[in-house]
Design a protein around this ligand. Sequence first.
Ligand code: HEM
Length: 332
Amino acid sequence: MAPPSAVPFTAVVLLLVATAAASAQLRPKYYSQTCPDAERIVREVMRKAMIREPRSVASVMRFQFHDCFVNGCDGSLLLDDTPTMLGEKLALSNINSLRSFEVVDEIKDALERACPGVVSCADIVIMAARDAVALTGGPDWEVKLGRKDSLTASQEDSSNIMPSPRSNATFLINLFAKFNLSARDMVALSGSHSIGQARCFSIMFRLYNQSGTGKPDPAMDPEYRLKLDKLCPLGGDENVTGDLDATPRVFDNQYFKDLVAGRGFLNSDQTLYTMAETRDYVRAFSKDQIEFFKAFVEGMIKMGDLLSGRPGEIRKNCRVVNSWPVDILLES
Ligand code: HEM
């Protein structure tokens, strides 16, 4: 996927310039007058989704990362393709991977019933990500709201920007730095892999041909590698999924303990411990869950501040911009 130079630097600079001004418009309790029940409604739909399918809240939480890194937190990720626009859902890192979009639709439907045309899809992503963490035992925090929904999406930008599971810590530090996020933020945010699952597809290379050696990643605990070999045999179904840490339904610091023990699922996870630049953060978070939670919340808030400064709207349906009548899209 994207080499470091593929991230359009001028675009990122512009984004950050716009961010400083635009994020000033975001504030807590933004909907307290216009839709006082908004946050309660989002949490309730997320709670029901978690009961129905525990993994779904992790899947929804991931949307914040994949939305905010691509031209700011503007709900562009949620747009379906149209005859004239390739959406982000089918970008390299998203296709056959992002899931549970129907939970966002359910949240939007509930909000439209309570207060039509008020709450943006971009804000739903931010609230739902926070709720996923809180509902699975992680920290709870106040989110800043007031984002507008994008009028467009860019599959190309998403494919160029979103990191591959093969990435190493140096690459990730550089990528996150372009979004005003420090190495500490990056390691803490990777702790989101405390919940959820990933496909064999994402780790085949590290099991059987790490860096073209024809051998597995030497950083893996041998017992864990045998387990993953069984889960993901060569020639097997690469859509089979495995847990991202030993407690995939609980948001805790087990993910970091697993990294210290050589039991990280993705290469991008394990490299955070293997490489000297990030090892101390992993060690610290593995020993102190409170420190991890604090750093994670700070990172989520900073990531939520990424805005493009482009014009926006409040969509009626998170999959479609208002100027595209739904019936025309259904016919096409
Ligand atoms: C640091 C760079 C990151 C990389 C390289 C990365 C990569 C990945 C990959 C490859 C998967 C599994 C995809 C699949 O096999 O289908 C995944 C899953 C996931 N990612 Fe990340 N990720 C990163 C950071 C983040 C961040 C910052 C968040 C959220 C704040 C996040 C949240 C998640 C969650 C919750 C899942 C599990 C989703 C599910 O169970 O459906 N990731 N990530």
